[in-house]
Design a protein. Structure first.
Ligand code: GRG
Length: 299
């Protein structure tokens, strides 16, 4: 184990690999319609922590998945995530001007272009899922594509966003918050881990259920930490506007529990997620390190 790169080096290598894959699958800015393609590349490239693709790589290590295949599946998930950020920042949703340390897509381009960027990115993600061989069994690849569709649609991320928009100005209970975030943020994080895992050698149902359990818990922890950072971190550190949840009257783990209890909850979720990996031994090293990164991050 001593010969393995440390987490920082491993993550940097994964981020580099995913950037190259995204560069490759995004349409060239020279192809018509140039402005739309430039805006798509603006929204996706050169920013973000790439947590979802890193989860795919780490889960792929459990099933000895080919990293080239995982990079494509991870890129599809990241493209869905990028689309969701572009739409979330629009004036009709969160109305934000800063994302990943630069002007949001509709500020840099215009609202209609940003809407189309989201639409085109969503289609591109599914094109990536079907243009390439992602695992040995075509039926499993079909299942993976369905999993991403479910995770992004009305019973996943888009549904969670609808609940989020309907909750402004309301106090939600912790179970209600959990329901919202399992959909809005958790579904895509879960899909990232499962897709990475399914790129590799098929494993038994019980192993998959443990990966799924880990991903659900860490997806929720991700959101609890996001809520804490919104009150705890600066706009400069976050690369997006801090303090927006309270300003917009959004129910969060911090408004429901207070910041101290919310931090404790994130830690409880991290420990429970770690437990789900017990049976995998050293193969789950990167997933454990990512769980630490997600909960202990400062931005
Ligand atoms: C518009 C259909 C639709 C859905 C939007 C994901 C989402 C749903 C909205 C984003 C709003 C938000 C701040 C959610 C909290 C958690 C989250 C997804 C944060 C952003 O993800 P990071 O921190 O961002 O992974 P980077 O930039 O690092 O990729």
């Amino acid at each position: 184990m001593n010969n393995l790169p440390d987490f920082k080096a491993w993550a940097a290598a994964g981020q580099g690999r995913i950037e190259a894959t995204l560069q490759h699958v995004l349409p060239s800015p020279q192809i018509a319609p140039q402005r739309l393609h430039q805006a798509m590349r603006y929204a996706v490239l050169g920013g973000g922590k790439r947590v979802r693709p890193l989860l795919a790589f780490a889960a792929g290590e459990l099933s000895q998945a080919d990293p080239e295949r995982v990079a494509l599946a991870g890129a599809a998930v990241e493209i869905i995530h990028a689309y969701s950020l572009v739409h979330d920042d629009l004036p009709c949703m969160d109305d934000d001007v800063l994302r990943r340390g630069k002007p949001t897509c509709h500020v840099e381009y215009d609202e209609a272009t940003a809407l189309l960027v989201g639409d085109a990115l969503q289609s591109l993600a599914f094109q990536v899922m079907t243009d390439h061989k992602l695992c040995d069994d075509a039926a499993v690849q079909l299942e993976m594509t369905r999993l991403l569709a479910m995770a992004s649609g009305s019973r996943g991320m888009a549904g969670g966003q609808a609940i989020d928009l309907a909750s402004v100005g309301k106090e939600l209970t912790v179970p209600e918050l959990e329901f919202m975030h399992i959909h809005k943020t958790g579904a895509i994080i879960r899909a990232a881990a499962l897709l990475g895992f399914k790129c590799g050698t098929p494993m038994d149902e019980q192993d998959q259920a443990q990966v799924d359990k880990f991903a659900k818990l860490i997806g929720l922890a991700f959101q609890v930490v996001d809520d804490v950072l919104d009150v705890d971190a600066s706009t400069a550190d976050l690369g997006k506007t801090a303090g927006k949840d309270a300003q917009h009257g959004k129910p969060t783990y911090v408004s429901a529990l207070g910041v101290v209890r919310a931090r404790e909850l994130a830690e409880e979720l991290r420990l429970a997620a770690m437990q789900a990996l017990d049976g995998f031994g050293e193969r789950a090293l990167r997933l454990r390190q990512l769980a630490d990164f997600i909960v202990l991050r400062k931005s």
